[in-house]
Design a protein around this ligand. Structure first.
Ligand code: GAL
Length: 687
């Protein structure tokens, strides 16, 4: 199959954006009439892909060793004959009762050391040899049966990997993991974990226990290594499944459906073993605590995190809901227009698929009231079905964007290790808010039409004109050298309070923060950090001639760091308190680039003003967008696709736009664009 060189097509030969979602025919095998109707209505809704068998283990193997794949083959055949592709999930996310009865070691142990009973899902032990054997057996047999089916385009490994197991087998594997990490040298572990504190020194790896609920939780190095181990062990389990599948189905790529900024796994590590990134998005649209525009900006951040896990390819929105979920505190219906906008927002951010959970509502049990394309009512006459069909039609028109990419000029550094270390750090204030800070900075960018990737410290920095690294408390080895090289060559970097305090094992840097060579890059060191009460107030005053002709002051909250410049130029100072007038924001010239340091948590307005100055330095041009309009660009290097999404309830006019064709109407657009409330435009613009 010939694939155009300028596109990153994930599924050659399909020539469409994917539209579909989780389909659970195993719950309806006694209703052939319904299965037939499903296909008819899928076609009507413009569905061209389904994810099959996510939780179908007990249908595949109702008793140990007795396998049934005929039904699956028949369903895949029917779908394929009707132009619908299959994403096939491995069913390891939930176990049949016979398995737990016979092999209780497959059931997860909780942090207090107690083993779960049978039930629920996503609760297996990742280390259990028996469970791995049973999963591999089923995965292999099924891949042998349908792994070369022409309708199969993607393997979906398990479901939403997550959680932790605290059983003895996991403890043993953890000890082995540590032995490996610390080169079989327990004294090295003691040193890195600072275990002479409270007399917590270990004599052997066998003495090290996971941080049980009622055990050792005061050693930060241990806590962090346990998190890293969980990622490693979960990834190892996933790789075990992938290996078996590849034996029979070597040419079909694999994915695992991720969960936005899920805190339990380092997705940067996991993503290395996945071919295609996919994720499940369930924002609370029209909630009572923020505007729809804010929910949208927040969701765009999640899409960016996912996209950036493999920036050289589009990602897939594997799951979303066409109406209401059943697990938010309040499950509001999607208001008119929101379904369309939220789906196309995913495409605008780089997704080549819009998937739903699920196609048809199950009659009973926990998810019977979870939204689906088809309601219990069973017809295509519903508002939800029509919304879905409309998205199907829009995606058909957007087929040309397949394989194009979002290529922002700016990136934000986000690191799970850093997040864990900040959360675990004992001190300062309970308002650490790492994730929230990252989201707010992203929002400050996107509101002005400047998109960002959200990258790991290992990513190639040279792709960007500007790197923002909020609260990079933990520095991984090698990162600072690469950052210095990036700035020396002309890059611009912005860093904040709480940068460079600890090494990868949470040992503080000696000789002043930020450590590991960053003092030189920023031309400063920091001496103290003040943690404010919520009722405390302070501000940063930017010198006249920096952000504006006159001096400007913005409020700050939570943290104020005392900066001692050793070469950096001071552009902002503190407004109040015993450190009034001392440096709060600085900029240092380093080689051909600039390194900014912001010592306190500024309010949104301050951040936006400050970033306008930084963008100028970095050669990035913001866009003047009306409130409520979100802007994204995908490109295949020959054509740019500009997305304008109106997340407000007012008609908006946008001026000074590039001329192009609106892919949704085929109409020419010149200079200005009018977008109705909760509507959108996608412009095709030759470069
Ligand atoms: C996801 C899960 C699906 C379904 C959905 C409901 O987290 O992967 O199986 O349960 O939530 O919103």
């Amino acid at each position: 199959m010939e694939v155009p060189m300028n596109k990153s097509i994930i599924f050659p030969g399909i020539g469409k954006l994917l539209h579909g979602g989780d389909y659970n025919p195993d719950q309806w095998l006694d209703r052939p009439d319904i299965l037939k109707e499903d296909i008819r209505l899928m076609k009507k809704a413009g569905v061209n892909v389904v994810t099959l068998g996510v939780f179908a283990w007990s249908t595949y193997e109702p008793v140990e060793g007795e396998f049934h794949f005929e039904w699956l083959k028949e369903i895949m055949d029917n779908l394929y004959e009707n132009g619908i592709y299959t994403i096939l999930a491995t069913p390891s996310g939930a176990r049949p009762a016979w398995l737990d009865e016979k092999y209780p070691e497959a059931m997860r142990v909780a942090r207090n050391g107690m083993r779960n009973h049978h039930g629920l899902r996503h609760n297996h032990c990742m280390s259990s040899e028996k469970y791995r054997e049973k999963v591999a057996n089923l995965d292999g047999k099924r891949a042998e049966n349908v792994g070369s089916h022409p309708g199969l385009i993607l393997w979906h490994i398990s479901n939403e990997f997550g959680g932790e197991c605290w059983c003895d087998q996991c403890k043993k594997r953890f000890q082995e993991y540590l032995r490996n990490r610390y080169h079989n040298d327990i004294e090295e572990l003691n040193k890195q974990w600072w275990t002479n504190f409270w007399s917590h020194h270990y004599n052997s790896f066998e003495q090290v226990e996971p941080p049980y609920q009622n055990g050792e939780t005061s050693v930060h190095g241990l806590n962090l290594d346990w998190k890293r181990f969980t990622t490693w062990n979960m990834t190892d389990f996933m790789k075990h499944e992938i290996e078996v599948i590849r034996q029979y189905s070597p040419n079909v790529p694999v994915t695992a459906n991720l969960m936005r900024l899920y805190n339990g796994l380092d997705y940067h590590e996991m993503a290395k073993d996945i071919d295609v990134i996919s994720w499940d998005s369930y924002p609370a649209w029209n909630n009572d605590y923020e505007t729809v525009t804010q929910t949208a900006l927040d969701t765009a951040f999640d899409h960016s995190v996912m996209r950036s896990l493999k920036r050289e390819k589009p990602f897939l929105l594997m799951e979303s809901v066409p109406s209401q979920v059943n697990w938010h505190p309040f499950n509001k219906l999607k208001r008119p227009g929101i379904h369309k906008l939220s789906c196309i927002q995913a495409a605008a951010c780089g997704s080549d698929m819009i998937g739903y959970f699920q196609w048809r509502k199950g009659r009973g049990s926990y998810e019977q009231y979870h939204g689906a394309v088809l309601d219990h009512l069973g017809t295509d006459e519903t508002r939800v079905f029509k919304d879905v069909a409309e998205v199907g039609e829009i995606l058909r028109k957007l087929a040309p964007i397949e394989g194009s990419l979002v290529k922002p000029e700016a990136a934000m550094l986000f690191d799970w290790n850093n997040r864990w270390a900040i959360e675990d750090m004992a001190g300062l204030s309970k308002n650490k808010k790492y994730e929230d800070t990252c989201r707010k900075q992203y929002t400050a960018f996107l509101k002005h039409g400047v998109d960002m990737d959200v990258i790991s410290p290992e990513a190639d920095l040279s792709n960007y004109k500007l790197i923002v690294m909020p609260m990079l408390y933990l520095l991984k080895p090698g990162f600072t050298d690469r950052l210095k090289e990036y700035v020396a060559k002309g890059g611009v970097v912005v860093s904040t309070y709480l940068t460079g305090y600890v090494n990868e094992n949470t040992l503080c840097y000696l000789g002043g923060f930020p450590g590991d060579g960053l003092k030189e890059l920023f031309g400063l060191y920091t001496e103290e950090i003040d943690a404010l009460y919520p009722s405390d107030t302070n501000g940063i005053t930017f010198r006249a001639g920096t952000l504006a002709e006159n001096a400007k002051t913005f409020p700050v909250t939570d943290f104020c760091e005392m900066i001692k410049p050793t070469g950096a130029e001071v552009i902002g100072t503190y407004e109040k308190d015993f450190y009034a007038g001392t440096p709060a924001v600085t900029v240092n010239t380093y080689g051909k680039g600039k390194a900014y340091y912001v010592g306190a948590r500024m309010n949104t307005e301050g951040m936006e003003d400050f970033y306008h100055e930084v963008w100028k330095q970095a050669g990035i041009t913001p866009k003047a967008l009306p409130d409520g309009i979100e802007f994204h660009v995908r490109t295949d290097n020959e054509v740019d696709y500009e997305f304008y999404l109106n997340f407000s309830d007012e008609e908006k006019k946008i001026y000074g736009i590039r001329n192009g064709i609106n892919l949704l109407t085929d109409g020419k657009v010149e200079d200005e664009l009018t977008i109705k409330p909760y509507d959108l435009a996608v412009l095709r613009i030759l470069r």
